[in-house]
Design a protein around this ligand. Structure first.
Ligand SMILES: Cc1cc2nc3c(=O)[nH]c(=O)nc-3n(C[C@H](O)[C@H](O)[C@H](O)COP(=O)(O)OP(=O)(O)OC[C@H]3O[C@@H](n4cnc5c(N)ncnc54)[C@H](O)[C@@H]3O)c2cc1C
Length: 425
C-alpha cells in the first residue's frame, strides 16, 4: 500500500486530517471498502466484513484546545474520552456524558450517539457536540455543526462511520470536579417485575437531584438439574430480580470514604478474576462480578461511579448475546418494557435459544432525540432507554428467529412511537 501509515495490508493509522484524506482517496482509487475504528477494540455486536481494510484513528488522539471562556474542548477524533476528561479535570471541568469504559474515543462515541447513566440530566454524547470536521467518502474535508450545515451534521452524527470519517470535534464541557464530587447510592431492590418497571418509570420521570441513575433487571433461565429425577428433569424455577440505583450528591465522612476504598478494591479484583475465569466453570464468578455492580458501594466519587461497569461488569458480560436498545417515550415507557420482556421470554420458552435475559434502563433527555422524533413525524418527548441483553444458547441465533425478533421489535417501536438505538442503519 502506498500510504506510509499503514502497518499491515489491512490497517491505516493516519496522524492528521491530511493523512485521512490521502487514505480515503487511495482506497477509493483501488475500490477498497474502508471500515473506520476509533481505537483498537472491536466492539461486540458490529458486523465487520470478512477482511476489512481498517482505518483506525488511534494516533489522532490529541486534545487540541481547551477554551475556558466558552467551556468547550476541541479534540482529534481518536482522543479517548477518559483522557480528555482527565485533562479537563485540571481546570475544574469535565465531560457531562462519557461511555462506560476507558477506551471509547470521541469520534467513535459521536458515531453511535452515546448514552450514559447521566443522560437523564445531560442527554446524549452527541448533544454535547458543538461542531465537527470530517472527511467524506470522496476524500473531501468539510465542517458542520449546530449552527451551520445542520442537515449534514445530523447525518454524520450517529452514522456509524458510513457518512464519512470524523477527524475533529468541539465539545461542550461543564464545571465539575469529578474526583471530589461524592455520591451516595440509594438502591431499591425488587423481586417483582411490575414493581420494578413502575419504580423505574417514576424515577426516570422525576429524577430529583440524582446525578446518575440506572435500573437493572435479571431473569435467569429456568434452572434444571442435570440428571433425570423420577420421571423427568426437575425444574427449580427462575431467579428474577431487579435493582434501581440513584446516586445523589453527598458530603462523606472519613469512615464512609474508607468503606468506599475497600468496596472499590474488592470489585476490581472480582472483575480481574472474572475476566480470567473462562468457560462453564467461570460462570459463577462472572455472575458474581455482574452482581458486584448491583451492590455498588454506598459512597463513591463521580469519576469512580462513571466507570463502575468498567471495573467489573464489562469483564463479566462475556459470551455470545443478542442485544437491542430502544428509546421509549415516557408516555409509553411501561408498555414498551413489558412488550420487549414478553417478546424475549416467549422466544426463550418456545425455542430455548436464550439463557439469562437481562435489561438495563435509565432516562434520556436529549435535544438530538427530540429533533429526531420531530423529523420522523413523532411527538417530541423525554425517553427511557431500555436495553435487553439475551445470552445465547447455542452460540449463534438461527436466522429465522433473528428475523422474528427484529420484526417484533420493529412492531413495538412502530406502535409505541419508540426509536431503536442503533448506529444509523
Ligand atoms: C449502536 C451502538 C450503540 C452504543 N452505545 C453505547 C453507549 O451509549 N454507551 C456506551 O458506553 N457504549 C455504547 N456502545 C458501545 C460503543 O460502541 C463503544 O463503547 C464505543 O462507541 C466504542 O468507541 P470506539 O472509539 O472504540 O469506537 P469503535 O468501536 O471503533 O466504533 C464505533 C462506531 O463508530 C464508527 N467510528 C469510529 N470512529 C469514527 C470516526 N472517527 N468517524 C466516523 N465513524 C467512526 C465505527 O465505524 C463504528 O461504527 C454502543 C455500541 C453500539 C453498536
Amino acid at each position: 500500500m502506498s500510504t506510509p501509515h499503514s502497518v499491515s495490508a489491512e490497517e491505516y493509522l493516519p496522524r492528521d486530517t491530511a493523512d485521512v484524506v490521502r487514505t480515503v482517496r487511495d482506497s477509493r482509487s483501488r475500490s477498497e471498502q474502508l471500515t473506520v475504528r476509533g481505537g483498537e477494540l472491536y466492539e461486540e455486536g458490529f458486523d465487520l466484513p470478512a477482511q476489512p481494510t481498517v482505518v483506525s484513528l488511534r494516533r489522532m488522539d490529541q486534545v487540541l484546545d481547551i477554551n475556558l471562556g466558552k467551556r468547550t474542548v476541541r479534540v482529534q477524533a481518536g482522543a479517548k474520552l477518559s483522557e480528555v476528561d482527565r485533562r479537563l479535570g485540571a481546570h475544574g471541568l469535565g465531560l457531562p456524558v462519557i461511555g462506560d469504559h476507558r477506551d471509547i474515543t470521541a469520534g467513535g462515541f459521536a458515531s453511535v450517539g452515546g448514552v450514559s447513566t447521566a443522560s437523564h440530566k445531560h442527554g446524549m454524547f452527541i448533544d454535547q457536540v458543538v461542531d465537527l470536521e470530517y472527511v467524506d467518502n470522496d476524500g473531501r474535508i468539510g465542517t458542520c455543526g449546530r449552527g451551520h450545515h445542520t442537515e449534514r451534521f445530523h447525518r454524520i452524527l450517529c452514522a456509524g462511520g458510513r457518512a464519512g470519517i470524523i477527524t475533529a470535534l468541539t465539545l461542550d464541557v461543564i464545571d465539575i470536579d469529578k474526583d471530589h464530587t461524592w455520591l451516595s447510592t440509594n438502591a431499591d431492590r425488587f423481586l417483582d417485575f411490575d414493581l420494578f418497571v413502575e419504580h423505574a418509570y417514576s424515577e426516570i420521570s422525576r429524577p430529583g437531584s440524582s446525578v446518575l441513575q440506572v435500573g437493572r433487571w435479571v431473569d435467569t433461565a429456568p434452572l434444571k438439574v442435570a440428571r433425570p429425577v423420577g420421571t423427568g428433569h426437575v425444574q427449580l424455577g427462575t431467579v428474577r430480580f431487579g435493582q434501581w440505583s440513584s446516586l445523589h450528591p453527598t458530603a462523606p465522612n472519613r469512615a464512609l470514604r474508607a468503606r468506599r476504598e475497600v468496596g472499590s478494591r474488592a470489585r476490581k479484583s472480582l472483575g480481574a478474576i472474572a475476566s480470567a475465569a473462562g468457560g462453564r466453570a467461570g460462570t459463577p464468578v462472572r455472575n458474581a462480578a455482574a452482581g458486584a455492580v448491583m451492590f455498588a458501594p454506598k459512597i463513591q466519587t463521580l469519576r469512580d461511579a462513571e466507570y463502575l461497569a468498567d471495573t467489573a461488569l464489562s469483564s463479566s458480560e462475556r459470551g455470545p448475546a443478542y442485544r437491542v436498545g430502544v428509546f421509549a417515550p415516557l408516555s409509553s415507557y411501561g408498555s414498551v418494557f413489558y412488550r420487549m420482556h414478553d417478546l424475549f421470554s416467549a422466544h426463550r420458552e418456545r425455542t430455548g435459544c436464550f439463557t439469562v435475559i437481562s435489561a438495563m434502563t435509565y432516562g434520556v433527555r436529549s435535544r438530538y432525540l427530540r429533533a429526531e422524533a420531530t423529523a420522523r413525524g413523532l411527538a417530541a418527548d423525554d425517553y427511557g432507554l431500555i436495553t435487553f441483553t439475551c445470552r445465547l444458547r447455542p452460540a449463534a441465533m438461527p436466522s429465522e428467529l433473528l428475523r422474528d425478533i427484529v420484526s417484533g421489535i420493529d412492531e413495538i417501536c412502530r406502535s409505541e412511537n419508540a426509536m431503536r438505538y442503533e448506529s444509523g442503519e
